[in-house]
Design a protein around this ligand. Structure first.
Ligand code: SF4
Length: 334
């Protein structure tokens, strides 16, 4: 599909054409990924952040959000719960925590490998190549770093003191070091046009990412985007579908943001090309304090509850939970 065709799908009001797009994406998902829905257990281990991202409630200007950093023992305990739920992938996520000691995290990675043989995904922001290498050598398998938008001017407008070139550098370092690398975007950003979104989708395909997360903007009161409307679910689903068609076998989550709106649109995501869900294993009382956007679903559920709920969610659309590691389908993983 070329840019003009992508734009046609992003701009059309023809519901039949949109339904045809979703059906095409669903068929591609079945062909390249099968009917299994992979589960990744996420642990949001630190809410400290030196970033000022215009859309995120953890931005450093927000003095009203309690900040926490879990201990090594707490993280390892949360990982044990993930493993005992039958899930084989942990996603360790944090803000751009300025006090995050690379060796401290490397120790956790080694411990999780030895104790639980988990597949480890990191999502802790922009670091040096040496730090990425340290963690990869320690056993980290995957890394998520969303590009958010591929329009350099828009990127820098939304990320004060961060550079688009450095974001690209990080993604290149991660891929070169052998991480299964994930990226993604937010749909509904200010000044975002269909042309920019089409460029984002082509970027995903050209970089051959292993994982791509696409979610709608949910404005947070403590950010400068607080008065913006919520990102369109329909447009988000179209982006997921187009990304599936173009990237074929990348792993695409039905994002938690899609499940945190007036209804749970993750099912729609799973039927528009997505094949991954991410149950939250951040323990209380931390879970409710990791508020990147408001209204995040299942925030007061007991830890681990989400995994059970997801099984019934997935079965309701005649799919099944795939408890395998869910490594990249892009290449043979050693
Ligand atoms: S998106 Fe990430 S880096 Fe930006 S403010 Fe939120 S937690 Fe910090």
């Amino acid at each position: 599909m070329n840019k003009a065709e992508i734009l046609e799908y992003l701009k059309t009001d023809d519901r039949l054409k949109i339904q045809e797009l979703f059906a095409r994406a669903d068929a591609a998902r079945r062909k390249y990924c099968g009917d299994g829905v992979l589960l990744r257990g996420i642990v949001e281990f630190s809410s400290y952040c030196q970033g000022s991202c215009a859309y995120c409630g953890l931005n450093k200007q927000n003095k009203n959000t309690p900040r926490y950093r879990m201990t090594q023992a707490e993280i390892i305990q949360a990982a044990g719960l993930i493993r005992s739920s039958g899930i084989q992938t942990i996603v360790l996520q944090s803000g751009e925590d300025p006090e995050l000691d690379p060796e401290w995290l490397a120790e956790i990675i080694r411990a999780l490998k030895t104790k639980y043989a988990l597949s480890i995904t990191l999502s802790v922001g922009e670091k040096t190549r040496d730090t990425y290498k340290l963690w990869h050598d320690a056993g980290a398998d995957r890394y998520l770093l969303k590009i958010e938008t591929t329009d350099a001017a828009l990127y820098e407008r939304l990320h004060p003191k961060m550079s688009f070139a450095n974001r690209l550098r990080c993604l290149s370092d991660l891929q070169e070091l052998g991480y299964q690398t994930g990226s993604g975007i937010i749909v509904g950003l200010p000044y975002q046009t269909p042309e920019i979104l089409a460029g984002d989708i082509l970027f995903f395909a050209s970089r051959d990412f292993d994982m791509i997360g696409i979610g709608p903007l949910i404005p947070h009161q403590a950010t400068e985007l607080k008065d913006l409307p919520r990102g369109s679910v329909d447009l988000t689903l179209r982006c997921v579908a187009l990304t599936r068609i173009l990237t074929q076998n990348a792993h695409l989550p039905a994002t938690t943001a899609l499940g945190s709106l007036d209804k749970d649109y993750r099912l729609d995501g799973l039927q528009a090309g997505a094949n991954v869900l991410m149950p939250n294993f951040t323990p209380q009382p931390y879970k409710k304090n990791y508020e990147i956007y408001p209204g995040k679903r299942c925030i007061s559920e007991p830890t681990g509850q989400c995994a059970l709920c997801m099984e019934s969610l997935v079965e309701s659309i005649d799919r099944y939970v795939d408890f395998s590691r869910g490594d990249s389908l892009k290449k043979v993983v050693i």
